[in-house]
Write a protein that binds this ligand. Structure first.
Ligand code: BJW
Ligand code: ZN
Length: 254
């Protein structure tokens, strides 16, 4: 695969900057890569493994049923890592982009930040309209009575945690084979379908239905911007590919 030279990236960045300014509505889909520069490990590729397990082996209801303690150890470790991090220039640039697109206060639909991330770094950067497709690592939920609460205790203590009703508590995230939260998914779908520009940042683009939003946007006529240091299957849909780290590229688009 040919690597884009610096001037190509600069030219594309200038075109994207103009397109973002002109667009009536912008939707952004983010993945683990946007938090990599904050020190949050991604799922796939280098450093994506925890004790030699692949995410597909741990992020499932079956894994939790088989060994809730093992799955909770993974989440407890990740919560500890995330706890020490802070949003990076990429998260802040997206929060600023939202402020610019919604400046007159009447255009709340003009921007949507659709994220597959559960780390809460977009919230901490000040983004407002965040559609969390895969839940939130700081939420916990009882598997029996459904009681849900925010829990930011790090480490959690005895694992697996238990509810007052005696049943197991699970992380408030979406595992493989589970449906995405309906309201977030509907809004994300509509935002993709109505966007003038659809940006894809820091995702390997292999997990569905999130990755399918790119095609939804493209079929609706949106310009597609892919930002990633590596090639992904979504590049084939892109109007512009910005090759590089999101913490460097996103601030240059403003
Ligand atoms: C940088 C960077 C820098 C590095 N700057 N970039 C066969 C075909 C198609 C689909 C399926 C299939 N078989 C099964 C399915 C469905 C399945 C699926 O997609 N599987 C595929 C893997 C094959 N999907 C599901 O099961 C979903 N549910 C569903 O379909 O429900 C249907 C249903 C309907 C009704 C009833 C019941 C069911 C659910 C998917 C849930 C995914 N969950 C996880 C865990 C979340 C909780 C947690 O965090 O633990 O979500 S898995 C994991 O992958 C996590 C992520 O959000 C998701 C995506 O990963 P992401 O973000 O792309 O990260 P990476 O690591 O893959 O990539 C990082 C990228 O960053 C790389 O490209 C780097 O290059 C880049 N990068 N540094 C910018 N500095
Ligand atoms: Zn309970």
């Amino acid at each position: 695969m040919r690597k884009a030279g610096r001037s190509e990236v600069t030219d594309a960045a200038a075109a994207v900057r103009q397109a973002l300014e002109d667009a009536e509505s912008v939707a952004v889909l983010t993945g683990a890569g946007i938090s990599a520069e904050s020190g949050v490990p991604t799922f796939r590729g280098q450093g994506g493994l925890w004790r030699n397990f692949r995410p597909e082996e741990l992020a499932t209801p079956e894994a939790f049923e088989r060994d809730p303690r093992l799955v909770w150890e993974w989440y407890d470790w990740r919560r500890g890592r995330i706890h020490k991090t802070k949003p990076n220039a990429g998260h802040h640039a997206l929060a600023e982009l939202e402020r610019r697109k919604t400046r007159d206060g009447l255009k709340s639909e003009a921007f949507a930040l659709i994220t597959q991330n559960v780390d809460g770094l977009h919230d901490r950067a000040g983004s407002q309209r965040i559609l969390k497709l895969h839940g939130d690592i700081w939420l916990v939920r009882c598997v029996n009575c459904g009681a849900e609460e925010r829990n930011e205790q790090v480490p959690l203590g005895e694992l697996p945690p238990r509810c007052r009703c005696g049943s197991l508590i699970r992380p408030g995230v979406v595992w493989f084979g589970e449906p995405l939260p309906a309201a977030e998914w509907e809004q994300a779908f509509a935002a993709a379908a109505h966007s003038g520009i659809f940006m894809v940042v820091g995702t390997s683009g292999v997990v569905y239905p999130a990755a399918g939003l790119v095609e939804v946007a493209r079929h609706a006529g949106a310009g597609i911007v892919v930002t990633n240091p590596e090639a992904t299957p979504l590049d084939s849909h892109a109007t512009w590919v910005l090759r590089g780290a999101s913490g460097e590229i996103l601030p240059r688009l403003l």
